[in-house]
Design a protein around this ligand. Structure first.
Ligand SMILES: Nc1ncnc2c1ncn2[C@@H]1O[C@H](COP(=O)(O)OP(=O)(O)OP(=O)(O)O)[C@@H](O)[C@H]1O
Ligand SMILES: [Mg+2]
Length: 504
């Protein structure tokens, strides 16, 4: 492999933002037909490096070579013209436009007199969509698609170009397993065509499944490159965060208190049916299942975002009706949502104000908000969650993806809820911070909080939960204690197999 000229090379790239040296002399290369992982903690500089490559940021120092030739990426269209295609961590689609318009934005096929050639546009788009085996077509309006499908539109856009290198920045964060399989096939195809692929992800199992080499950044500096087949998770983790991690199961059992929340025979249209469970103070209950099993919808019901069609919700033994999130918050329920971008953050607002947003009324001293109290809350959670930012004045939109998520988590933790619901709490979070968040969840339970954790990652559920509830197609199939659960019986349960059926 080493005798090939790299498809692409970055040399000694420096990029600074006010108060931040995001990249401190980083070199990186990708060979034709290679899948090269870029790893590092949240805020290490991965997305920034790729934005330099994609013409979104200009570097302060350093140079970029495509093949042997030094180039300047003046802007994203220029980078695209030079064969660099970028699939972003944050979706960058125009929601009111159709799939076809988004894919060919700025490059719509035209007839004479400059009129858009809709027929060609739609035909070309449908051809690409067919490769991706998606369930929508060229004329679908992007805003009506799920986040996962919007991600597929981004990928489709990449396939329209004669690419030298394709950058995937956390592409699987919101994909289902089936969609992931399609994505990995697309990557295989590109690889066969000799395209260099840069793959950013925090998910070790993916990295080890599809990449050839792994380069690691730490605090804006290049730390080294490993050959995937010759290394292991522990070595990569060491290089990323400077220590190993304990990834064992949850063995600690906090003293359980009274039942904080009980759900009896709850149903909500077709979304879920006849669901009953309880969560005690001091208990972490993990909800495991496939995407679409109904877990998020149950959480949304408990947070007052959906009205149940049948059944009861009891808080501290008393039946409640929750008509809005305000009702839920007033009753001590917090939800860290799955879609943090849409529901969790105001990107144009600073870090402190985002974190204290639901509490501004409580923090008021006379007509004014007590600024000192707000800053104190921010400081406390910045330290606990290790949020990397030069200060509370930084706009949330300028934080790295993972650090944005930590702001949302801090926001809901600082409300001291009775019931804390977290939906996919560590999506996009690096391995080190992930284990910190798991510890934090355990600590919260030890302090007497009831915690509901929804996760699609089995190691996460096994790691944090006292009890695990398995759901399948809107039904609660089985509830396990952490002593009786095994990976096998958990997989069976989320595939809809009940223990009695197995025996039969
Ligand atoms: N436009 C910007 N203005 C100010 N600071 C920025 C900007 N973009 C990035 N940064 C800072 O640069 C550093 C690197 O951020 P970057 O987004 O590259 O991290 P990352 O490695 O992609 O992390 P993650 O895994 O969380 O996505 C962070 O400290 C971030 O806050
Ligand atoms: Mg990033």
């Amino acid at each position: 492999m080493t005798d090939k000229t790299p498809a692409l090379r970055l040399e000694n790239i420096v990029k600074t933002f006010p108060g931040v040296r995001a990249l401190d002399g980083v070199s990186f290369e990708v060979l034709p037909g290679e899948v090269h992982a870029l790893m590092g903690e949240n805020g290490a500089g991965k997305s920034t490096l790729m934005k330099v490559l994609g013409g979104i940021h200009q570097p302060n120092e350093g140079r970029i070579l495509v093949g042997e030739e030094p180039v300047v990426m003046a802007n994203p269209l220029d980078a695209k013209a030079k064969g660099i295609v970028f699939i972003h961590q944050e979706l960058s689609l125009a929601e009111e436009l159709t799939v076809a318009e988004n894919i060919y934005l700025g490059e719509l096929p035209r007839k004479s007199f400059g009129r858009v050639d809709w027929k060609t546009l739609h035909a070309r788009t449908d051809e690409i969509l067919a490769q991706l085996k998606v369930g929508f077509d060229a004329r679908t309006v992007v805003g009506t698609l799920s986040i996962a499908n919007q991600q597929m539109v981004e990928i489709a856009r990449a396939l329209t170009v004669d690419a030298k290198a394709v950058i995937f920045d956390e592409p699987t964060a919101s994909l289902t397993d089936a969609e992931k399989v399609v994505l990995f096939e697309v990557i295989e195809d590109l690889k066969r065509q000799g395209v260099g692929i840069i793959y950013i992800s925090h998910r070790m199992e993916e990295i080890f499944r599809i990449t050839d080499r792994i380069s690691v950044l730490r605090d804006g500096q290049y730390r080294g490159t490993l050959v995937t087949a010759e290394t292991d998770e522990d070595e990569v983790t060491q290089l990323m965060i400077g220590r190993s991690l304990d990834l064992s199961r949850n063995e600690s059992h906090a003293e359980l208190g009274d039942v904080a929340v009980e759900v009896r025979g709850l149903s909500c249209g077709d979304l879920y049916r006849d669901v009953s469970f309880e969560i005690r103070r001091g208990e972490v209950v993990g909800f495991y299942g496939l995407v679409g099993a109904g877990r998020t919808e149950i959480a949304e019901t408990l947070f007052g975002l959906r009205e149940p069609s049948f059944g009861q919700i009891l808080l501290d033994g008393e039946e409640v009706r929750l008509h809005s999130p305000a009702d839920a918050i007033a009753r001590g329920i917090s939800l860290v949502p799955e879609d943090r971008k849409g529901q969790g953050l105001v990107l144009g607002m600073n870090c402190r104000d985002n974190m204290t947003l639901p509490q501004v009324d409580d923090l008021k001293a006379g007509p004014f908000v007590a600024e000192g109290a707000e800053v104190a809350i921010f400081d406390q959670y910045r330290d606990r969650l290790d949020i990397r930012t030069p200060g509370w004045r930084q706009l949330v939109g300028n934080l790295s993806g993972g650090n944005q998520q930590k702001i949302v988590i801090g926001k809901w933790l600082s409300m001291h809820p009775t019931l804390l619901i977290v939906d996919e709490p560590t999506r996009g979070i690096d391995v080190g911070s992930k284990s910190e968040i798991h510890k934090l969840v355990r600590d919260l339970a030890a302090q007497g909080y009831a915690v509901m954790v929804i996760s699609s990652e089995m190691p996460e559920v096994l790691h944090v939960s006292d009890r695990i509830v398995a759901m399948y197609h809107g039904e609660l199939i089985r509830s396990f204690t952490s002593d009786e659960v095994t990976e096998d019986n958990l997989i069976q349960a989320i595939s809809g197999i009940r223990p009695d059926e197995k025996a039969a």
